[in-house]
Design a protein around this ligand. Structure first.
Ligand code: ZN
Length: 340
């Protein structure tokens, strides 16, 4: 960096470096992934680019629709039909040409792990519970802080998850059963097609004013993590109608199958009656762990399919089974014990 550039950089960030404990080098060296380039992702991305965050990786598989324009800051009429992340990357470079920005036009589940695990923070403004659950499972596994935000009408919410330090998204049952069942093809094009037929954007009430409140806070929490400052501990709920923020303390669940250290390392014990049929056992797992219809149970190299057969004909006590659910980034491991 020559003297002139150094000086202009200094002046550019002059006002924020006046903030106590600010360290522009930490911000410049920061690498942040933003998953979901909708209303919240756009606001957070703009704010982080302006603050001088060194590298942003944008992940979203959607294209821009006219109904996005009331709140998705980076898109214009001429961008309709284009990839959200590609347009966002182009616009963010206009805001700050020093930014290194990568556009990944794909679902988060298919981004190579090597592209995700080096991030210092992941910011998510996703619009489905299933994708959000997958990201939560991933960040706990790879020990990356997550900033999670949501909005609905005049309401908004924000949560910072520091893996194994505070409650993860799975510590509370925030995922309604019907949401899990909705996403029957979360990996495929079919889901994208069904979204286009019945646009999610049109059915969720949302306005830009709320995305600026929540997206701004998401960026702020991201900057605090890059600066190694303490993060928001509580779940923050914004009621824009009443103009009230409520901070709700959430505690970690000892038996959380995503973030408790015991279940990270060991198998989760699960009991079954000696005469229990396989289809009943599958239902038991589904309801106990909020799993989707697509879950697959594997014992060794064998898949256990739904049937009226007794589970005890296939398995013995202490056998380990693995359950793959598309909403989780790694399989769940269970140890069976049979009640005689
Ligand atoms: Zn948890």
């Amino acid at each position: 960096m020559d003297n002139f550039t150094q000086e202009s950089q200094k002046i550019r960030y002059d006002r924020q470096t006046l903030i106590e404990n600010w360290d522009q080098e930490k911000i410049r060296d920061g690498k942040v992934i933003i998953v979901g380039m909708g209303a919240l992702g756009s606001v957070a991305a703009v704010s982080l680019a302006m603050a001088g965050v060194g590298e942003l990786i944008l992940v979203d598989f959607d294209t821009i629709e006219i109904s996005n324009l009331n709140r998705q800051l980076l898109f214009r009429m001429e961008d309709i039909g284009k990839s959200k992340v590609e347009v966002a990357a182009r616009e963010l470079l206009k805001i700050n040409s020093d930014l290194k920005v990568t556009a990944l036009n794909m679902k988060i589940q298919v981004v190579p792990t090597s592209d995700l695990e080096t991030a210092e923070v992941i910011v998510e403004g996703l619009d489905t519970f299933v994708d959000r659950r997958w990201v939560n499972s991933f960040i706990v596994e790879h020990n990356i802080p997550l900033i999670s935000g949501g909005m609905f009408g005049f309401l908004g919410n924000l949560q910072v998850i520091i893996p194994r330090k505070n409650a993860c998204l799975e510590c509370q049952s925030l995922i309604p059963e019907e949401e899990l069942q909705k996403a029957c093809t979360p990996f495929g094009e079919q889901r994208k097609e069904s979204r286009q037929e019945e646009s999610v954007d049109e059915v969720i009430p949302s306005v830009s004013s709320v995305s600026f409140v929540i997206g701004g806070l998401m960026a702020q929490e991201t900057l605090k993590i890059l600066l190694k400052l303490p993060s928001l501990k509580e779940y923050l709920f914004w009621d824009g109608s009443a103009g009230v923020f409520t901070a709700i303390e959430l505690s970690r669940r000892e038996d959380c199958f995503v973030c408790s250290s015991e279940y990270q390392l060991n198998a989760i014990p699960v009991r079954s009656a000696i005469d229990q049929q396989i289809d009943d056992f599958i239902d038991q797992l589904r309801y106990s762990f909020n799993l989707g219809k697509e879950m697959i149970i594997i014992h060794g190299t064998i898949t256990i399919d739904s049937s009226k057969e007794k589970l005890s004909n296939l398995l013995s006590s202490a056998d380990i089974i693995r359950v793959i659910d598309p909403s989780l980034s790694k399989p769940l491991k269970f140890e069976i014990s049979f009640d005689s």
